[in-house]
Write a protein that binds this ligand. Structure first.
Ligand code: ADP
Ligand code: ADP
Length: 229
């Protein structure tokens, strides 16, 4: 469930400047595809289009064979979880922030997601030291810890599709490796689209696509691309 298909997608934010110039690829259900390429290539634009934030100039994006332009944006977004580079948390407890992934979840389910993401020790605390102003106990979460909250939230939401948009690029190397393994937990058996600058941050994508100036210039396995670059 959650197969993604881009068919000759063309798109520009302005009519004079096309950002994606005929992009076609497929992420089979449960598989993982990574898009790499330099800054400005159009990688994040691909994820925004998948979320239906904009209409295409031409081409088609389908999820499980259904054209997403014919589906309500809300239900498209419901089927996709995202772990972004910068996780913005609500000014409320970590528990609340995790539960946001699926408000109907039971306390046990929230707890389990927190355990898996290894953040249960501060689940009752607020994400930011500044919150001590309201008389609650706050803490200052590191970038990696915020990512873990986002991961727990996504585990709880359990969407068929996962988008990792430069999810670890803001972290130091040690934390990055740590979060990578937590992300593997979330992406297992889920259709996963990973967006990254560097090939080195991608561990186990089934296919890697190299995007340059809105065009796919290369595709293959991790090993294929390492050999050719
Ligand atoms: P990447 O993720 O590969 O760094 P993006 O998809 O973010 O690239 O951006 C591709 C191009 O689209 C860039 O030249 C960027 O300046 C431009 N762009 C991104 N967002 C907008 C926007 N909202 N309005 C106009 N241009 C944009
Ligand atoms: P919800 O549907 O849970 O109320 P939102 O409407 O904020 O949450 O977001 C729906 C989905 O879109 C979530 O998976 C969220 O992480 C993702 N999302 C929200 N904002 C952005 C963004 N700027 N870029 C990409 N994805 C986003």
């Amino acid at each position: 469930q959650g197969a993604i298909r881009f068919e000759d997608v063309r798109f520009g934010y302005d009519p004079e400047r096309q950002i994606l110039r005929g992009v076609s690829f497929e992420v089979p259900a449960g598989k993982s595809v990574a898009i790499v390429g330099p800054s400005g290539a159009g990688k994040s634009t691909i994820s925004r289009l998948l979320f239906r934030f904009y209409d295409l100039d031409s081409g088609r994006i389908t999820i499980d064979g259904q054209d997403i332009s014919e589906v309500r944006q809300e239900s498209v977004r419901k089927s996709i979880g995202i772990v972004p580079q910068d996780t913005v948390l609500f000014n409320d407890t970590i528990r609340y922030n995790i539960r946001y992934g699926r408000p109907s979840a039971s306390d046990e389910e929230v707890q389990k997601a927190a355990d898996l993401a290894q953040i249960s020790r501060f689940i009752e605390l607020l994400p930011d030291g500044f919150d001590t102003m309201v008389g609650e106990r706050g803490l200052k979460l590191s970038g990696g810890e915020k990512q873990r909250v986002a991961i727990a939230r996504t585990l709880l939401k359990s969407p068929p599709i996962l988008v990792l948009d430069e999810a670890t690029s803001a972290l130091d190397t040690h934390t990055e490796q740590d979060i990578q393994s937590a992300l593997q937990l979330v992406s297992r058996h889920r259709t996963t689209l990973t967006i990254a600058h560097r090939l080195s941050t991608i561990i186990d994508a089934d296919e890697i696509i190299v995007l340059r100036a809105g065009v796919i210039v290369e595709r293959g396995s991790h090993r294929d691309l390492l050999q050719s670059n």
